[in-house]
Design a protein around this ligand. Sequence first.
Ligand code: HDD
Length: 756
Amino acid sequence: AVDKLARRFTHNREKAGEYGRESALSPAEGAHADTPDLIAASTVSEANRGDKTGSRAGSGDSPGSASLDRVRTDAQGQRLTTNQGVAIADNQNSLKAGMRGPALLKDFILREKITHFDHERIPERIVHARGSGAHGFFEAYDSLRAITRAAPFARAGKITPVFVRFSTVAGERGSKDTARDVRGFAVKFYTDEGNWDLVGNNIPVFFIQDAMKFPDLVHAVKPEPHHAMPQAASAHDTFWDFVSLMPESTHMLMWVMSDRAIPRSYRMMQGFGVHTFRLVNEDGEATLCKFHWAPKLGTHSLTWDEAVKISGCDPDYHRRDLWEAIESGAYPEYELSVQLFSEAQAAKFSFDVLDSTKIVPEELVPLTPVGRLVLNRNPDNFFAETEQVAFCAAHVVPGIDFTNDPLLAGRIHSYVDTQLSRLGGPNFHEIPINAPVAPVQNNQRDGLHRQAIHRGRVAYEPNSLGGGCPFQAGAAGFVSFPEPVRADELRAKPEKFAEHYNQATLFYASQSPIEKAHIIAAFRFELSKVMVPAIRARVVSMLANVAPDLAAGVADGLGIKVPDAMPRAIARTPRAEVKQSPTLSLLARPGELGIQTRKIAVLVAPGVEAVSLRKVGDRLVAAGATVRLVGPRVGPIALSDGSVVEAEASLENEPSVLFDALVLPDGEAAVARLASDGRVAEYIKDQYRHCKPILVVGASRSLLEGIGASTVLADGSEDAGIVLATSKELPDAVERFVEAIAAHRHWQRETDRPLV
Ligand code: HDD
């Protein structure tokens, strides 16, 4: 029923500990909880006693599926205490000498509370400070034993618990989600042979080839040091100054200026391990490998105008989207694939697989799907889990090894090092979210905040007093792949690293016309924010090596002539094997789940025609969409038949950029009310401009006409994203609308500059 539409819950009602029992939400004035009985006083609520791997994990599949439960606590039925467990009688007043007298130093309760508060913050991550996490599991499709002994791939159907954190890179912890930026895609596998962290991004290449340049890159993109601006943006002089002097960044810039840098959702973007890794089997044989994650919902993006507006009305857009999807049971899912190739194959490529500014095109090495990742549980506490989780590119397990990628080498050092200041000492691996489910035994001791109580007097190896334990595992442990090394020490790069443009050209050539137009517009925008003309021109001279129409388009947008192409670093450019790679276009992955979890706004006002509203709403909900009734204000709205619905959102509290599609309802009175509100025109204009589907029922056609929107495209064909219908034509029209939403955006409508 339509009045239930608005009730697609976005929080998990089973989580009693978090949201309170019904009665607890409205305690009587001055009421205090009863003294708890001791059995009920367990600090872990039944409702929160979840299985880290979700219901899919069969018992025994993972040794640590409930490992966080020992530290999950909630206050249901509990007394308020100090950190020493002393019950607190009064949490309102400090201890004073007389009603109007001075506060007393001996008030240990006040002092403990304030002292703890004073130290609540920890340093944010130096990059990727803004992020959101979720628990889930990885399930292997088949045994990969022939190729790797890595635990998660040991047998078909094996489940490994994971924690995933998505992030932006440049912005601070409280910055907006929809900045133009790379997204982090970091996965911690709690395998039964130790933790494996696949710390990747949503873009398969990187700006630089050598970790030596990472601090320079980050200093260039972060807010400029003198005035700390701009926040979460690469559109400023220092970034473009640096990258235009580092032509190896050209390929990555193509990706970052593409729509991939403004994803619609963390649930709708790919992930990549970026580097070439090595998989090693039980016989010690190695295969080179690239890791790819692909979302079940397909790859979809925002438009730039939309991203800018969302950052104002919901800076938590991606965080909320991920949270709500998981709470409502629509678990995000990604398929893991690998590209497997040998050293001999790699040696023949026109590029070097140790160079992180290069992909291995799928035309050269196809993808092999190996498993799926499902995110099925939100964290219980953002700080304890998402903030304190420490990913590290050096965390590998037997069966997975590094290659000599010089960017990876620096990462192997950097991640543990940074946690020492961020998490305050060398024992951060004992923080519950970081602790492996595999047993930890070694002779490392002490340090700040040590949790483990090591027994016995032996903390060295070899020993006889401890019976030789813990003992070396030999071949059962991690054995580094014995790559032969025979070379001079030097600071230099292989010849192939000096070719910077072939794959930038490949990427650009593989985009659809609209994606190319967006790339040009993104360069135009970013460079228009650069104040020094020489930097603008230098970037365009780089682009002249990528594609002439790209350079011309950007130069035109800046009102300058295309300068001479930047000199290349090598005399003879190697011939690229692949000139076109269709899977590099976002449009290559439309997704397989229709309109599931898509957010649809239905405008309502008093007098909305009730029958058609119900029909549309019921069909959209049945297809898995999240439908919101958006009124001039929130609260009850009377329909044409006298029944009443609840508008959950209003024109001002959920602007139209937050929705994937829009329904304009039938009903003369309602349409007249909506037409009298200037915000309605803005609402429809944004939907139209951002190429989103609009269902226009009956009388509301005048609202569409009112914004000057056309239902016919420039080539004379009908705009499939605008579905016009009378209330009678509805069943068919709604089906067309559902198809139009599943197609995401109707780019054919887009014009640069917008006509509406
Ligand atoms: Fe990094 C965080 C991904 C290069 C140094 N990085 C960090 C995160 C992701 C990546 C997803 C956030 C993890 C989380 O959610 O906590 N980084 C990458 C990728 C790279 C890359 C895909 C290139 C292929 N990173 C890179 C280099 C260095 C670092 C070359 C240093 C030499 N990265 C760090 C760091 C961070 C980090 C400073 C900040 C916070 C943290 O590690 O825990 O150590």
